[in-house]
Design a protein. Sequence first.
Length: 538
Amino acid sequence: MTQLENAATAAAYTRLAGLDSLSLSRRSLLRWAAAAGGVATIGSLAGCATPTGLPGPDTMTIGLNRSLVSLDNKLNQFDAAVTVQRAVRQALTRIGSDLTPELVLAERFELTAPTRWTVRIRPEAVYSDGTPVAVQDVATALEMYRTTAGSFLATFFPEWPRVVPVDAHTFLLETDKPVPILDYLMANILITPAAANKAEELQSGIGSGPYTVAAANRGTGNYTLKANPRYWGTKPGIDTVQVRFLPEESSRVVSLRSGEVDVIDSISPDVVDQLRGLPGVAIETIAGVRISQLFYNFRKPAGHPLADVRVRQALSSAIDGAALAGDVLAGSVTEADGVVPARLTGAASVGHYAYDPDKARSTLKALGVTDLELTIIWESGEFASDTQVMEAVYEMLRAVGVKPKLKQFEPGGDISTWRQGRAGDWDVLGNGFSSPTGLALTMLQGMYAGTAKKEETRDTYHGYIVPAITAEIAAASSEVDGHKRQAILDAAQQNIWNTWPCMWSFAPKSIVARRDRVENLVLEPINSYELAATRMKG
């Protein structure tokens, strides 16, 4: 790294160490760099990480801000990964741009009884080795997702369906109670040949998608995909896709502007301002289905200040959400007025965050909470401008007498063990949670339907267990009547808000930047796009 880069990094982390000297954040650094010389100056800051070589006319290169450690989504389902994962492996359905299910491997997916769905696999659907997609592959996939320790998707299923074969292509999905959103949930179960599937994150294997894996390096997060010559559907428009892990935003910007990378994700407001209107670069944006949170640790013992809902609410009063959303994040997010993003089907507006530092101080004092120490953890790249948000939160909490400590984890580190309460202790987590179904119900199921049994394996959402709320979510999950289901969801969301699970939360917009030579990239609310549908100009 260059001397300037080292100096800038040290300055940016001065505040993280709790010192009083001036901090030069990455946001300020990018502004300064742009004013001092644009791309040439920014390039010098990222010189040690900038890739070399331009992609060819039949190759598209994608720069991701987080390492894609697997093309299997049992554990690794951050938003941008979905684009690549589903280009190799497919599900029976997918969530379309209108947030409703569309058929993929299934040619029929129909609710034929309250607790039974009839599904038929397309006879033409085959894997890249030419073998057909079979009913047993679906049954095995469900079992592997269900039994994978720490499975991200397992929390979305109120009940796992049983596969009952009918013929070579047709089967039933049966449940004990109605699961009226099963066609949404199955959009996230990627199908692999049964013999090759395991109850773990797969590092190899084949899929039925439009691309095959030509090269993979889990350590670097770099992959090469080639068009699948046996693909059963519409042939992909691009022959080769390179996936690169570029954690530094400045590196992604330089690579895009130089033409070394065609598409980048997780772009901060400053970068959007820099790139918008530049020749050869286009910005794609859409209201997203992800919520980003400063979530409290609900594993604290009785008697701990954070176990008191009044303390959690008081701390929230210390956070100037309007300033964070408008100034730090420059309008690229919407401050939450509920416990899930408003874009989701079934979302309810149930509250708002009110900035009142005087109330925060007086409430904490009245509750006997003085000199409160809080450890705030997050992973770099969890959301755009994450460091700047945390620096601002640090100062806001100090202003009401709290003693915060910031701990940032690098991508690929051990933050997952911290989140599960298996490593160090923490108080507030900077985290994001997406609804890959586009439904409020599945997000509520994943975050707030915790049970003591789930907590035994640390599969609750940071220890959140409120039995009455879990019961409400369960009732909504099995309610076939849409109006009745929504009424239950509205009540559950209000009750969740009243527990003050978050210090602050917001819904970021989904944003990617692309070179103009990439065409037909249609960004969807789940922050992904159909890789096979993209084309290269000319």
